[in-house]
Design a protein around this ligand. Sequence first.
Ligand SMILES: Cc1cc2nc3c(=O)[nH]c(=O)nc-3n(C[C@H](O)[C@H](O)[C@H](O)COP(=O)(O)OP(=O)(O)OC[C@H]3O[C@@H](n4cnc5c(N)ncnc54)[C@H](O)[C@@H]3O)c2cc1C
Length: 273
Amino acid sequence: MPTALNEALDHIAAKEIKIVAGGTDYFPSQNQGPIKTDLLDISRIPELSGISCDGDTWRIGATTSWSDIFRTKLPPCFDGLQAAAREVGSLQIQNAGTVAGNVCNASPAADGVPPLLTLDAQAELQSVRGKRVIPLNEFITGVRDVALASDEMVTGFLLPNVPLTAASAFEKLGSRRYLVISITMTAVVIGFDPQGRINHARVAIGACSPVAQRLLQLEADLIGKTLGEITLNDSHFSTLSPIADVRGSAEFRLEAVAEQCLRTITKAAQAHE
Ligand SMILES: Cc1cc2nc3c(=O)[nH]c(=O)nc-3n(C[C@H](O)[C@H](O)[C@H](O)COP(=O)(O)OP(=O)(O)OC[C@H]3O[C@@H](n4cnc5c(N)ncnc54)[C@H](O)[C@@H]3O)c2cc1C
């Protein structure tokens, strides 16, 4: 349980060791058996936690908890991320679970990923060899798969040039209201010019493809439109590939996500008024 980042980096450089932060994904996945792997608990490293802004770049530390995120006063473009933070499990899970844990676990249904994609987040990775920064959509490479070398850890997420005055929203569909895995989720960051026409659009969908993704065609089509002029069609969702599982069929997910998308855009737009 190191208390300094360089100490943690030395440990992961020296031997194979499993990083845990809140442990809310890792420990349940171990089932009942004894844990035979060495664990590196990074939850006591102060420089890994908290939200800061340096010039135009915001930074969310890796071990920032979901509670930290929704309790911090942030500009409106973070409303979607804060709404997602309130949807991650229960309050106990939100107190322990971290942003980097959610991203690195790389579940298709990770609630934090779509809002981070709409903020153009970049993953900041560090090792004893140095630091590198990689766009979030390149960092998550597949189901339970991230582009992390064995001696690297995520130290934070960088958000350069976020559209501070843009509005944002997040919607999650589950089989009940709380404590539920998403069937579909949508995050939106949307900006308007003084005439009420969209001049910035980011829309990301989770739980409908192996990795959450932005809908680039829809984003392009939204530019220049007023809220009343928005029409959605099947081609906007053609990059999604939802699975059928116990929570819903692929067809249901596609139908639900189109409606959810419109609702989330409308919610963000109404927050902007
Ligand atoms: C009851 C319950 C309900 C839940 N509900 C939801 C939900 O509604 N929505 C949702 O999205 N998730 C949910 N989760 C999953 C989990 O709580 C979140 O994904 C949480 O954010 C994980 O963070 P953590 O710090 O606990 O991760 P950990 O369990 O500590 O780590 C998860 C993975 O990430 C790796 N890791 C962690 N930090 C780093 C780092 N800095 N660098 C490199 N690798 C790292 C670990 O090695 C591990 O592989 C739920 C979990 C439980 C137990």
